[in-house]
Ligand binder design. Sequence first.
Ligand SMILES: [Cu+2]
Length: 309
Amino acid sequence: MVHFTVGPGRQDATCFGNGMSLPLINIGSTAAGSEESFSSGDERTPLLMGVDGKIDAGYHVTADDKFAMIVDLMNINMDDRTVYLTVIFDYVPSQPEGWDNVKPVWFDVDQCGTSEVEAPRQDGHFVVTSQPWKPNFEVDVLGVGGHLHDGGDKLEILTDDATTCNSQATLGGDPAFISPEMNMAEPMPPNAMKFAKSHISKMSVCYGGDGGGNTTFNKLAVKKLSSSQSWTVKGHYDYSKYPGDLELDGKQASIMAIAIMYVRVPREGIKLSAASSASAAPATAAANGKGGNFITQLPGGIMGGAGGE
Ligand SMILES: [Cu+2]
């Protein structure tokens, strides 16, 4: 599930000035009128801003903003299921005095594309790397977490070639993430993939602050964006340890390596420097947020019965 905010003045940190952005076209917008604000797959990582009230910042939603989503569901059971996607927002109904704003920064090995890349190998270990991103604004980093597909081991976020955060995958950490044995007496649907037995149940995250009392988080090695830096992400896969999902022809399915970072920006937001005059078209599947709210927590999408990508 990818969550977007569409509205005047929204600029996608990594796709603005970068030509076409397919996910934003998908919701009828552009990088000069929207941003990829949240995403979650099977790992269902919650987004915690202003944890325990210790960070006086939140994601300011204005009356002109709309929300849009791309939802990708996958049923690996042999029978039909009714599923619900639930997103829970915590908010305060104003922008409190002295609070800063929060901006998402989306890193992707298929930056501004569909996020899906072909696995470069059919077995063993490999690494997929994003294009470098150079920030043009200097602010504090609040936190970052990664997203991989089955077969993934860890997602590294690097600043100038040094590891800033290692987002480690846990596979099958909960019975809900272990596929039931197939009933071989039943014929397979003609388009069925052959799924790995264990699926990613968690991705660890890194925080810039003290994690709000959460002692299991990792600290960010770099806590500030600077225009002299170059940021990349590396997705580490190892099919010898963690089998991937196979297409019908037996080939490894396409994979992803994504990280979403949140940075603290001034109350009034920031303007990116790349010139672009494209304007936002109205979002199609948009749900209008109530005006002037300030989101402080966004737990991961909760999906019942089926896996989400
Ligand atoms: Cu994915």
